[in-house]
Ligand binder design. Structure first.
Ligand code: UDP
Ligand code: MG
Length: 353
């Protein structure tokens, strides 16, 4: 184990063992929860030197998933259960789990339908102990439908072209994150979330772990086509303002076409005047020229809108991996502590005295 993650107190004594929290989103997984939890517990038993917490987030399930989760909690004190008042979506459920895992040294996010094998998470832990900050599980094989595979391929191809960040292919949300990565990810509070993009955006040392994705244990996918499209749109719109700039480009193309048309019309008029339809030149060229101009102007508005969008997202400007400042740095900025007690009888602003 690297000393990087070995917590010791100021005196070098060993503190509590490192804590690994699992963030486990649940949406209508009643038939899976029992089998999943026992598989997870069995896998984690190998690591008696670590402390585990299992944070289940019930994302407004309509079946009796919540009751099952509360049963788990009664039987195992390491289980925590959060439950949403309605279905907010997988990405929000994972976010809530990350928010609740602030005291863990590492957090593992995984699905609760046994598609992400618990034993793979143990390999993630060993890579983390070797100093990797983000271990993302990359699918060597996947047992999804041809439709899901092709749409996923097309989506990542497009995202690769558009987005400002490199998002690895065949990677879902099954990953381990060191606490410092979780802290950074938590600073991204956008509502339309694309977590794997955010994690890629944050940086730090990220490595892949290849695994074979299993089929769903029971039940059906909570990601119908509608949710998949919204999710893909979040990935592209959240990490690229390129579509806005395309409006202008299209405008330039159409304007150029109108120029070609004008030349053609002029040619017809000069060389074969008997074929020229009266009024056609004005309408044809005018239509192309005007719509080209309009698109260019919309693109200009789009560029400003893109900037407003980026500002509204209000993402952190940077994520520090290290700040090794000189000894005297920041001396002046230390908060001033009052040296004397406030005068007797002074009341505090908030009314409490
Ligand atoms: N999930 C969720 N909220 C949703 C949909 C899914 O929390 O609205 C959970 C679900 O319980 C599972 C994980 O997210 O643990 C992945 O969902 P699913 O297996 O349905 O997606 P797929 O594997 O088919 O992409
Ligand atoms: Mg699944």
């Amino acid at each position: 184990m690297s000393e990087l993650h070995q917590p010791t107190d100021q005196h070098g004594r060993d503190e509590a063992p490192p804590k690994v929290a699992y963030v486990l989103p649940v949406y209508n997984e009643s038939e899976n929860i029992g089998a999943f939890h026992s598989a997870l517990v069995r896998a984690t038993e190998a690591r008696g030197d670590l402390e585990f917490e299992f944070i289940y987030v019930n994302d407004g399930s309509r079946d009796d998933s919540l009751a099952k989760l509360l049963e788990l909690r009664d039987a195992d004190t390491r289980v925590s259960v959060l439950s949403f008042s309605r279905n907010c979506g997988h990405q929000i459920a994972v976010t809530a789990g990350l928010d609740a895992a602030t005291d863990a040294d590492a957090v593992i996010v995984m699905d609760t339908d046994l598609q992400d094998p618990p034993r793979v998470s143990m390999e993630m832990i060993s890579m983390w102990e070797d100093g990797v900050d983000v271990v993302y599980a990359q699918r060597r094989t996947r047992k999804d439908s041809v439709f899901k595979r092709t749409t996923a391929y097309g989506f990542y191809w497009l995202l690769d072209r558009l987005a400002d960040i490199k998002i690895p292919r065949n990677v879902g949300d099954f990953r381990l994150m060191d606490r410092k990565v979780v802290a950074e990810v938590s600073r991204y509070r956008e509502h339309e979330r694309f977590l794997r993009g955010i994690v890629a955006h944050v940086g730090f040392r990220q490595e892949a772990l290849l695994f074979d994705r299993d089929p769903r244990y029971a039940g059906k996918s909570g990601y119908p086509l509608r949710k998949m499209i919204a999710f893909a749109a979040n990935g592209i719109l959240g990490f690229s303002t390129a579509p806005l700039r395309w409006i202008s480009r299209l405008g330039y193309v159409i304007s150029f076409l109108s120029l070609l048309l004008a030349v053609y019309v002029l040619g017809v008029r000069l060389f074969v005047p008997e074929q020229a339809v009266p009024g056609w030149a004005f309408l044809g060229v005018g239509m192309f020229a005007l719509s080209g101009l309009q698109l260019i102007m919309m693109g200009v508005i789009g560029s400003y809108l893109g900037r407003v969008y980026v500002e509204v997202q209000d993402r952190p400007l940077y994520s520090l991996a290290l700040a090794a400042r000189g000894e005297r740095a920041g001396v002046r900025s230390l908060p001033r502590t009052p040296r004397t007690e406030p005068p007797a009888g002074a009341t505090r602003r908030d009314g409490a005295s």
